[in-house]
Structures are given as structure tokens and as C-alpha cells.
Design a binder for this molecule. Structure first.
Ligand SMILES: NC(=O)c1ccc[n+]([C@@H]2O[C@H](COP(=O)([O-])OP(=O)(O)OC[C@H]3O[C@@H](n4cnc5c(N)ncnc54)[C@H](OP(=O)(O)O)[C@@H]3O)[C@@H](O)[C@H]2O)c1
Length: 305
């Protein structure tokens, strides 16, 4: 395996978890050469370039773009936004990676895939596509490392709840009494960067990633309260009203269908999971809800401690 081969990071601009952006920074800190793939030239692309990455613009749904960006790279992190073309993009990447002959392909997936089989899928089009993507990459014979995180702290527990936490000191989600163990995207990125830096020992592995604790939403709210130094409570809201809010916000149908399924799976106790992938790969435990909320205190109407 080439010691200093160029590493491709897709989805590097970052939107929700920004795993690709954090991975790019972590690899550059280690002195490794990174080609960061973005969808367009903007401030995020300029920041990646300023940090020392070779920035390339392309569309993961365009085979010729994918061939151009993979060419010359030995290792690849493949991840992109939750979107309708995910399976097509994965198969395109797999086809190109085989043609180029990469040494390692790190595939972002989801922990729900661990519970899926031919007989047991879920209604989420994204989860179905991740499951099929994993099948296709397994058939490909490529040297793959699979990353299966549970729900990110950065989506449901930050972007989707911060206005209600800020304005009403309430976490409003339709999660019922279900337990959950959300993981910080920053921890997911630490795992991906560690694997990319030295993929050999990880090839063929599937890493399941969760936070350090599985608890119901009252427990989660207590960690918010500790981090923000004020009372924060959980309100279990009706799923239908919550879904209407997502439509009103103009989110794409594919994403809404996925989020609605994630909420239903939470209510059914399917996010009550524990896995030690973060500590096993990086040697450091995963971030707690409390530490994550403290880091993002300003977005929740608190002061950064
Ligand atoms: N959120 C969760 O709770 C969760 C949990 C487990 C697993 N995951 C998985 O994590 C992945 C998402 O990771 P993330 O949150 O780090 O992603 P992200 O921050 O949403 O960033 C993804 C990037 O992909 C880029 N992109 C989208 N479509 C593209 C295309 N056709 N061509 C090139 N680039 C494209 C976007 O570019 P622009 O910004 O320019 O549009 C975006 O910057 C998904 O596989 C998801 O299933 C998420």
C-alpha cells in the first residue's frame, strides 16, 4: 500500500454532520495529502483549499466526474447527503474504484443496516439504499471498510431541535419512550480519519458507532440541562404534526420519509443500541450528549462554557 498516496474525501463541503469536512482537516493535520471533492465552488471550498486540500468540483452522480476525482487516489472516503440518488452514486463509485484499483474504500452507512435483511427492511428509502449499497460493495470484491453510525447528534439533536430548546427550553421530538445513543459526527469523522490513515488492519471490518450511553429522552434532556445550566425538558410531540412541520420547512420528500422512519424506529425502541467502535478504532471514548451540547451552547441559547 502506497504510504503517502493521495486520499479522496467526498462530500467534503459538509451540510449536516460534515463528516467529510472534519475528516479532511484531521488528515491534513496528520500531514497526509487530501483531495477534497465538493459539489460547487463556494466559501466552504475556499476554506478547504486554504487548509491545504486539493479541492476538486464534481457530481457523484456523474460517472465521468467520479472517474476524474478518483483517478490518482489510493484511498477513498465515500459519503454524501441523504438523497434519492444514494445507491446510484455508491454503485458509480464502486465501479470507478474497481477500475482505478484503489487500496481502500471507506463507505459511510447506517447502523440500522445491522438490523436489516431480505425479510426485514424498513420503510426509509435511505436505509434501503444503504443496505443495497453494502450488498453491491460486497459483491464488488473491493477492499471496503464499512462505517455504521447510529443517529448523529448533529441532525435530530442540534439542527432539528435547537429553535425549541432556545425559545421554550424544550426538546420537541416524536420519539415516545424509546431509548437512543446518538453519536457526534466529529467522533464518526475521527474513526474515518483513523481508518484512512492506516487502512490495512481495518479492511473488511464493519464498525458500529454509538455515543457512550443509551437512555430515553428524559435522560437526554437532563444532559442538555447540565450543559446549559437551566431546566430543559422533553416533550413527546404527535408524529403527524411533526411531519407536517418538515413538509412546511420544504425538506425533500426522500429526506422526510427517512426522518419519519427514524422517529418511528425510535418509538419502537430500535435505537436502543450500544457499540464501542469509536473507542476501539480511535482509543478515545465517544462524546456524551452533555459535552456535545456544551460545545454548541450558543445555538441552544446558552453560553459556551
Ligand atoms: N445524520 C444522521 O443521523 C446519520 C446517521 C448515520 C449515518 N448517516 C449517514 O451519513 C451520511 C451523511 O454524512 P454527513 O452528515 O457528513 O453529510 P453532509 O454534512 O450532509 O454532507 C454531505 C455533502 O455531500 C455533498 N453532496 C450531495 N450530493 C452530492 C452529489 N451528487 N455530488 C457531490 N457531492 C454531493 C453535499 O454538497 P452540498 O453541501 O454542496 O450540497 C454535502 O456537502 C449519509 O450517508 C447518512 O446516511 C447520517
Amino acid at each position: 500500500m502506497a504510504e503517502n498516496g493521495l486520499i479522496l474525501v467526498t462530500g467534503a463541503a459538509g451540510q449536516v454532520g460534515a463528516v467529510g469536512r472534519t475528516v479532511t482537516g484531521l488528515l491534513l493535520e496528520r500531514g497526509l495529502p487530501v483531495r477534497a471533492m465538493v459539489r460547487r465552488e463556494d466559501d466552504r471550498a475556499a476554506a478547504l483549499r486554504a487548509a491545504g486540500a486539493e479541492v476538486v468540483v464534481g457530481d457523484l452522480l456523474e460517472p465521468a466526474d467520479v472517474a476524474r476525482v478518483v483517478s490518482g487516489c489510493r484511498r477513498v472516503y465515500f459519503g454524501m447527503s441523504v438523497s434519492a440518488g444514494y445507491l446510484e452514486a455508491t454503485v458509480t463509485m464502486g465501479t470507478v474504484a474497481r477500475d482505478v484499483g484503489v487500496d481502500a474504500l471507506i463507505n459511510m452507512s447506517q447502523m440500522t443496516v445491522s438490523q436489516m435483511s431480505i425479510q426485514h427492511t424498513t420503510p426509509s428509502p435511505q436505509q434501503r439504499q444503504h443496505w443495497l449499497s453494502e450488498q453491491a460493495l460486497a459483491w464488488s470484491g473491493l477492499p471496503v471498510v464499512t462505517i455504521r453510525p447510529t443517529v448523529f447528534l448533529d441532525g435530530f439533536f442540534l439542527a432539528l431541535v435547537s429553535p425549541a430548546v432556545r425559545d421554550r427550553s424544550r426538546i420537541e421530538l416524536p420519539f415516545g419512550r424509546g431509548k437512543t445513543s446518538p453519536v457526534a459526527a466529529a467522533d464518526v469523522a475521527r474513526v474515518v480519519a483513523a481508518v484512512l490513515a492506516d487502512p490495512g488492519p481495518h479492511l473488511g471490518q464493519i464498525y458500529e458507532l454509538t455515543g457512550p450511553r443509551s437512555q430515553d429522552m428524559d435522560g437526554v434532556a437532563r444532559e442538555y440541562a447540565e450543559a446549559l445550566h437551566r431546566e430543559i425538558t422533553y416533550t413527546d410531540i404527535p408524529p403527524e404534526a411533526w411531519e407536517q412541520g418538515l413538509h412546511k420547512a420544504g425538506l425533500p420528500e426522500h429526506l422526510i420519509h427517512h426522518l419519519v422512519t427514524m422517529a418511528a424506529l425510535h418509538r419502537a425502541g430500535r435505537y436502543d443500541r450500544m457499540a464501542d467502535g469509536v473507542e476501539r478504532v480511535t482509543g478515545r471514548p465517544a462524546m456524551s450528549v452533555r459535552d456535545f451540547v456544551a460545545l454548541h451552547a450558543e445555538e441552544f441559547g446558552g453560553r459556551r462554557s
